[in-house]
Structures are given as structure tokens and as C-alpha cells.
Design a protein around this ligand. Structure first.
Ligand code: 13P
Length: 260
């Protein structure tokens, strides 16, 4: 019998994740979750994840879990427990049945001054608590124009992943989100995105191993929508998307989920 190895890209998980950011009332969140469940038609080949605001995590999870949609938080604390008013620990998320967490989103880096070192602490504590991580990285327009794209990717990846074991890389999804493309309608071209993703994969191979890097999913984020998702996802190293604005409309999110 001849065994034909699947193409490497096929071994990676295709993932479409929705980052709802600080949007939706409770009623809107549950309506959106319900529409997603009702709208699935079985042709979605990607793993779907939705990341609602903290207060709706558990109720959204109750709505979508049976449809196979996973739920993630948008942030977590770098601390285990204790006197950290307003923080939410990875252990709390885990005990509430939440499987994923976004770490290092550029809005947290820019607005809340999260450093690469804080991002690394969050990655480590989230892994310790058995969460899967959507690790966001990406350059600003200034950095890109200054020719620093690779340098920024190097710094962000090296620092965040420096204490991650080979086994734990299985729990990490990378989201490349060029800051200049987030919420601006300025999507990276498929070529620009592919170039960055290929570079990220090379860097992951250097940090972990070639095999680990080949099996990791690298998602694109930044004005990804129902019209441009298919061309982006057709690129060799783009394994799906982390979607902001377009994830708030069930029809758009489902169209993106079917764009492979
Ligand atoms: P937009 O899709 O709204 O540009 O947001 C992308 C993003 O930040 C996802 O995390």
C-alpha cells in the first residue's frame, strides 16, 4: 500500500476567530451567537472561535458549544490569583469552560502599554492553565515604512515564546495583525500578508523546530472581510483569520468561515 502524505498546509488547522472587542450588549451577543449556530450549513471546514467580552463568555459558550464553535477571552491576567482588582485569571477562564484566550493584541500593546515581557508572562500562565492562545503580533505603519517588519516580528515572537516547550507549541496559534490594517479598511495585500506569514513561519522554525512551525496555524487579521478573505486564505502560509469588525455580522463571519 502506498501512503500519500497530506500536503503540509492540510495538516495545519484552518481557523477563523472573531474578536468582538468591546462591542455587544448581552442581548446582542446572544443574538449573534444564535445566528452563527443557526447559520452553519456544514460546509465550514475551519475551526470557529468567537471571543466575546468577558461578561458574555459563559452565556455565549452555552449557546455555541453544541455547534462545535469554541469560545475565547480577549485578554487575561499575568497573575495567578489575589489582590489584582479588575483582572481575570487564566484559571478562572479555564474553570468557566473557556478554551482560548487572545494575548498581545495591538490594542492592548498600544493603549494599555503591554510590553513583550508582559505578553510572555501571560502566555506562560495561560499555557499552565491549559488554555489555547491566539498570540497577536504585528508592526505599525511607521515600523513597516522604516523597514523594521522583520525586526518587530523577531522581537515579538522571540520574547513571547522564549519559555514555551515543544509540547506547548500545539496550544499556540499566531495571529499576524499589521496595526495599520486594523479597523482601517486598509487590508494587507495577499502578497504582503503572505510575505509576513512566511517570515513568521521561518522564525517559528528557528525558535521551535521546522516541524512544529509547519504544523502551526498562522492567522491574518486586519480589515479581513467577506470580500477579501478567500484571496488571503488562498496564500500558502495563511491558515485563516482573526476577524474584528466583520465578526459582528453573522452572515459576514460565516462567509469568511467558508472562504477556504
Ligand atoms: P478588524 O477586522 O476590525 O480590522 O480588526 C482586526 C482585529 O483587530 C482582530 O483582532
Amino acid at each position: 500500500m502506498i501512503y500519500i502524505w497530506p500536503k503540509l498546509k492540510d495538516m495545519r488547522q484552518k481557523i477563523v476567530a472573531g474578536n468582538w472587542k468591546m462591542n455587544t450588549s448581552q442581548a446582542e451577543a446572544l443574538t449573534l451567537a444564535g445566528e452563527l449556530v443557526d447559520g452553519l450549513n456544514g460546509s465550514e471546514t475551519a475551526t470557529l472561535i468567537v471571543c466575546p467580552p468577558f461578561p458574555w463568555l459563559v452565556s455565549v459558550k452555552a449557546k455555541v458549544a453544541s455547534a462545535g464553535i469554541s469560545v475565547g477571552a480577549q485578554n487575561c491576567s499575568n497573575m495567578e490569583k489575589g489582590a489584582f482588582t479588575g483582572e481575570v485569571s487564566p484559571a478562572m477562564l479555564q474553570s468557566a469552560g473557556i478554551s482560548h484566550v487572545i494575548i498581545g493584541h495591538s490594542e492592548r500593546r498600544a493603549i494599555y502599554h503591554e510590553s513583550n515581557s508582559l505578553v510572555a508572562d501571560k502566555v506562560n500562565i495561560a499555557l499552565k492553565n491549559n488554555l489555547s492562545i491566539l498570540l497577536c503580533i504585528g508592526e505599525t505603519l511607521e515600523e513597516r515604512n522604516a523597514g523594521k517588519l522583520h525586526e518587530i516580528i523577531d522581537e515579538q515572537l522571540t520574547e513571547a515564546l522564549k519559555s514555551v516547550s515543544a509540547e506547548d507549541f500545539k496550544s499556540i496559534i499566531i495571529a499576524y495583525e499589521p496595526v495599520w490594517a486594523i479597523g482601517t479598511g486598509l487590508t494587507a495585500s495577499p502578497e504582503q500578508a503572505q510575505e509576513a506569514h512566511a517570515y513568521i513561519r521561518t522564525k517559528l522554525a528557528a525558535i521551535a523546530s521546522e516541524q512544529i512551525a509547519e504544523n502551526m496555524s498562522i492567522l491574518y487579521g486586519g480589515s479581513c472581510n467577506a470580500s477579501n478573505a478567500a484571496t488571503l486564505f488562498a496564500q500558502k502560509d495563511i491558515d485563516g483569520g482573526l476577524i474584528g469588525g466583520a465578526s459582528l455580522k453573522s452572515e459576514d463571519f460565516l462567509t469568511i468561515a467558508r472562504s477556504f
